[in-house]
Write a protein that binds this ligand. Structure first.
Ligand code: SF4
Length: 356
């Protein structure tokens, strides 16, 4: 057991989320609660001999330290393995490592589908969200006197603060509209890069609390008549989501693909990214070829030499990484537009519903 994780004192003036000296923080990282005690207890209860750890890309560098602290607490003879596969969501479980281990721990995402064998450790951020919400309310949200209705959404990392965020807005006179999306989402108010169903609320303004522009851009695309205000506590920035640049990029990709004679249709084999019906529908056309793959990268497609591709896997690969591909990479709906089955004006953000 590491020295720090053996200490159990709870300083009375500790801010919520501050894991220092709580026994939950890693020796090397005070920012996240890796729930080592829960993992150790599960290993013990199941008499596990093998433990698999899967981290999202941004936290992989913490992996060896998590393994250090776990190995210090686990009995001799328990083997700890880390997944080296890319991982961007709970849709992306390393199923091979899952099969090979008695206990499988997926860090950093909330469950897309519960399973007895998998321990999900969500890794909530301990960043203080309220100063940036204050700025967002002052600078961009309509005052409660003018428009009291506001939707509230956030990402899994800040979900532990969601009730406080809601109360904070209510204290300022807002009527806060929240809902749980579909079964791809675990929590009320949670959004994913591919699913904004929790924002289908009766409000003309939505406050998104979370890092970066990745999520709110999809949110604004999916809800074009709604003002999406971004309160980003990670980068300490407030802005309003603007989809213009994004739409231009998508129109350009569709136009470029209109001349394509042969199409590659990608079916993603990652457990939570497969849309078989959509892929099969497109390959009913003779000029389309079904390609199965897990990680979708430009290099992996080069040797097929096709004119354009349709991605039925993670929508963000198409929209965020699309420009890196040598040939146009379209969403299933953009394909229908490119081949003349739908008008260009119908273009929508590609969202993903359900699990597996
Ligand atoms: S499919 Fe959805 S949940 Fe999975 S990585 Fe892509 S955006 Fe995230």
């Amino acid at each position: 057991m590491s020295q720090e994780s053996s200490e159990r004192t709870d300083p009375p003036d500790r801010r919520e989320g501050d894991l220092t000296r709580t026994g939950m923080a890693l020796k090397h990282d005070r920012e996240w609660d890796y729930e080592l005690d829960r993992i150790v207890a599960e290993v013990d209860e199941r008499g596990a001999e093998t433990v698999g750890l899967q981290f999202p890309e941004g936290l992989k560098r913490r992996g060896p330290r998590v393994a250090d602290d776990l190995r210090a607490e686990l009995p001799d003879g328990v083997t700890v393995m880390m997944s080296g596969q890319p991982c961007y969501g709970a849709c992306d479980l390393d199923t091979d490592l899952l099969r090979r281990t008695d206990v499988f721990v997926h860090f950093g995402h909330s469950p897309m589908k519960e399973s007895e064998k998998i321990i999900y450790v969500p890794l909530f951020s301990n960043v203080d969200v309220f100063p940036i919400m204050e700025r967002a309310a002052t600078e961009e949200l309509a005052p409660a006197e003018d428009d009291p209705d506001v939707g509230l959404v956030t990402t899994a990392q800040h979900m532990n603060k969601f009730d406080e965020m809601r109360a904070w807005l209510e204290d300022r006179g807002y009527t806060v509209h929240v809902r749980k999306g579909d079964d791809r989402l675990t929590h009320e108010g949670q959004v994913l890069g591919c699913n904004y169903a929790s924002a289908d609320v009766d409000a003309e303004q939505i406050l998104y609390v979370g890092g970066g522009k990745f999520h709110p851009l999809g949110l604004a695309m999916e809800h074009p008549d709604t003002q999406v205000v971004i309160a980003d506590p990670v980068n300490n920035a407030v802005s309003v989501a603007d989809t213009e640049q994004f739409m231009k990029q998508r129109y350009a990709a569709v136009h470029k693909a209109m001349d394509a004679e042969e199409w590659g249709v990608i079916f993603c084999t990652k457990i939570g990214q497969g849309r078989w019906d959509q892929a099969r529908e497109i390959v009913e056309n003779d000029d389309a070829y079904l390609i199965t793959m897990d990680e979708i990268t430009p290099d992996r497609l080069t040797n097929f030499g096709l004119d354009a591709y349709v991605n039925t896997g993670c929508p963000r690969i198409t929209t965020d990484d699309g420009p890196q591909f040598k040939q146009p990479m379209l969403t299933p709906q953009e394909y229908r537009i490119a081949v003349g089955e739908e008008p260009l004006e119908a273009l929508e953000f590609d969202t993903f519903h359900g699990t597996w």
